[in-house]
Write a protein that binds this ligand. Structure first.
Ligand code: CP
Ligand code: NVA
Length: 314
């Protein structure tokens, strides 16, 4: 049987997302009940780029539930350089129970998963960041109760985070507006697929190039960096983002009850101002914390262990 992966936001349907949210609520409420769940299991973290949240939340999540974690940075296995991806994948599948991968190329994760006969989690690629966004929708539901009748806005670069937001927003039937510069839209195929899914779930996905329009009346204002990892030298790209900064004036357009979300790391003074990051509307650190609880839930789900999770302690 083919293993279940989380490589794209489209890999989980609405029911699976709800299952993961339910698991995350339980492990968040009662982490001590799960200390031995992963005993005897091993997880690999294959990372080609730096990471704070994704690396640490997966490593802490898996190890505090009894599992063993091995971090494999760019200089360690030299994936695709020292040895072909398919050979590494087949060998590692003999040692590990699952892997989290952070790569430049999304195709590399897809190729690895074709040969790795266990679950693979995308911990960020050039195309998607699904575990981030599952965590984010968990946070949105925690803060707003549910996504029904709420408006979620994204302002910024049409990159991995926005692509995955579109996928999950479509699956959950959310009202989602996003403003990107004309030169930096989300991935066309992903947007098309999300629009197609939206027809079934009644999600509303609205594209604009006007940040004020995207955030008007929104309960959530979400942003991401203008220069992603690997783009640090492309300073000229920043010019396209004039008017796309999430600052006090833009938050005012959304309304005083709107919350600021950011996947982090933030480049203060660029996509978001310092005062908004530090202000009362910011929930970015609660959002970051939830990465830990949701990673645990994703791991339990992909390892097929949902049935072994104790019920919520009221
Ligand atoms: N948001 C996020 O994935 O952060 P890291 O790059 O630090 O893992
Ligand atoms: N778009 C950003 C997200 C970081 C979590 C990047 O790829 O660097």
């Amino acid at each position: 049987m083919k293993p279940k992966h989380l490589i794209s936001a489209f890999d989980f349907d609405a029911a699976e997302l709800k299952t993961v949210f339910g698991l995350a609520r339980r492990v968040k409420q009662n982490p001590d009940a799960y200390r031995n769940l992963f005993r005897g299991k091993a997880m690999g973290l294959i990372f080609e780029k730096p990471s704070t949240r994704t690396w640490v939340s997966f490593e802490v999540g898996f190890s505090t539930m009894g599992g063993h974690v091995i971090y494999l940075g760019p200089g360690d296995i030299k994936l695709g350089v020292r040895e072909e991806v398919r050979d590494v994948a087949r060998v590692l599948a003999r040692y590990l129970d699952l892997v989290v991968m952070r790569t430049f190329s999304h195709r590399r994760i897809v190729e690895f998963a074709r040969y790795f006969e266990k679950p693979v989690i995308n911990g960020l690629s050039d195309l998607e960041h699904p575990c981030q966004v599952i965590g984010d929708f968990f946070t949105i539901e925690e803060v707003l109760g549910s996504v029904d009748e709420k408006k979620i806005a994204f302002v910024g670069d049409g990159n991995n985070v926005l692509n995955s937001l579109l996928g999950i927003a479509a699956r959950l039937g959310a009202q989602f507006s996003f403003a990107t510069p004309r030169e930096h839209p989300p991935d066309k195929a992903i947007f098309r697929r999300a629009l197609n899914d939206a027809k079934k779930t009644k999600a509303e996905l609205v594209a604009t190039h006007l940040p004020e329009k995207a955030v008007e009346g929104a309960q959530i204002v979400y942003t991401d960096v203008w220069l992603s990892m690997g783009e640090e030298t492309k300073a000229e790209k920043m010019k396209a983002f004039k008017g796309f900064q999430v600052n006090r004036a833009l938050m005012k357009r959304a309304g005083k009850n709107a919350r600021l979300m950011h996947c982090l790391p933030a480049h203060r003074g660029e996509e978001v101002t310092n005062d908004v990051m530090e202000g009362k509307q910011s929930i970015v650190f609660d959002q970051a914390e939830n990465r830990l609880h949701v990673q645990k839930a994703i791991l339990i789900y992909l390892l097929g262990m949902s049935g072994q999770v104790p019920a919520v302690v009221e």
